[in-house]
Design a protein around this ligand. Structure first.
Ligand code: AHG
Ligand code: MN
Ligand code: MN
Length: 334
């Protein structure tokens, strides 16, 4: 089979897209370039002095790893110069970042989690970069305001992740299916390896941090019991897998099916995961692959963020498995 590079693939799909502009193609190109740079640093992390924490705590109240900072700086530096953006928002930054006046301005807003699962980096376990691309409302000019950034997932024009694993993979959607590319480190190109990815209708794996079970509510407890028991639609207990990096856990769910859950609990009543830079982009991917993503009561894609770092509980994966969770939540109510 002839090798298709990600650039070729984007250009081909852009031709078919109604809002095809060179600006958007350039944005993806620079994002991919940033991902390649981050991948290189991660591959050599054990050899350079870039493991461990910086000693700082970020806006989320979490310890900042050196690699979090490197990935964050890399993305901000490259993307504010790309000419396609008017603003960015990063998990690591308290406020959104308008593109400075002296750089070329564009119509898009980029939201990202520079390094997801960063607590895993010191032990050489998969981490990733998650991105979500929004478009500025037509006709809007001048400085970007926060309410322009706070858009629901259904307004995303593209979303995806770069998984830094045994091989580096880029998985993304522009609303025309989900496509996966594997980085060929020899030539430095992402090559199409997983065209038109689809989530199995039902899986046999559930993924959740069960160490939090003491703090769960009854609905969540019943959901997990459903997957561990024999009364589910599989008729036998599901297997359990949990990496602790959303990108890795989601990637497995996308390929094998099943469900990934990060429920709220009494210590995190709003959930842990960030709506805009984690849940919404994964929800766009899941739906484009034939799966579902829910907060237990509502489609994640429909949730309008009330603040930049809004959090949510997340149930994502095979449609039948997510439906089961929604049925259980409907019994208990909010
Ligand atoms: P981040 O490293 O970007 O802060 O994200 C961590 C997230 C997500 O990747 C993962 O699924 C989840 O937190 C793991 O949380 P627990 O350690 O609480 O299970
Ligand atoms: Mn994350
Ligand atoms: Mn992160």
């Amino acid at each position: 089979m002839p090798e298709v590079t990600v650039t070729e693939h984007i250009l081909l799909h852009q031709k078919r897209s109604p809002h095809a502009t060179g600006q958007f193609t350039g944005l993806l190109y620079d994002l991919i370039l940033s991902g390649k740079s981050i991948s290189r640093r991660i591959n050599a992390a054990g050899l350079l002095d870039i493991l461990g924490g910086t000693g700082e705590v970020n806006v989320q109240g979490e310890n900042v790893q050196k690699m979090d900072q490197i990935a964050n700086r890399q993305l901000i530096y490259r993307m504010e110069r790309c000419g396609a953006l008017c603003a960015m928002a990063s998990e690591e930054e308290a406020d959104f970042i308008p593109v400075p006046d002296d750089f070329p301005q564009g119509d898009y807003i980029l939201i990202f989690d520079p390094l997801d699962g960063s607590s895993n980096i010191d032990v050489n376990i998969n981490v990733g970069t998650i991105f979500s691309i929004l478009r500025r409302k037509p006709g809007k000019k001048g400085p970007v305001t926060l309410d322009e950034v706070l858009q629901p997932g259904s307004r995303q024009v593209a979303a995806g992740y770069i998984l830094y694993g045994p091989s580096t993979m880029l998985v993304f959607t522009t609303g025309q299916g989900v496509h996966g590319f594997t980085l060929d480190p020899g030539v430095g190109e992402f090559l199409l390896s997983h065209p038109d990815m689809t989530i199995p209708e039902q899986g046999r794996i559930y993924s959740v941090n069960e160490g939090n079970s003491l703090y769960w509510d009854d609905a969540v407890r019943e959901c997990v019991d459903y997957f561990k028991g024999c009364e589910n639609s599989l008729g036998k207990p599901y297997s359990s897998r949990y990496v602790g990096s959303l990108v890795a856990d989601f990637h497995r769910t996308l390929l094998y099916g099943g469900i990934y859950m990060y429920p709220r609990d009494s210590r995190k009543p709003g959930g842990k995961l960030r709506l805009m830079c984690e849940a919404a982009p994964m929800a766009f991917l899941a739906e484009q692959a034939g799966g579902r993503a829910s907060n237990g009561f509502q489609r994640i894609m429909d949730v309008v963020p009330d603040k930049l770092h809004a959090r949510t509980q997340l149930f994502i994966g095979s449609p039948r498995d997510v439906e089961a969770v929604e049925r259980i939540h409907a019994k208990y109510g909010k």
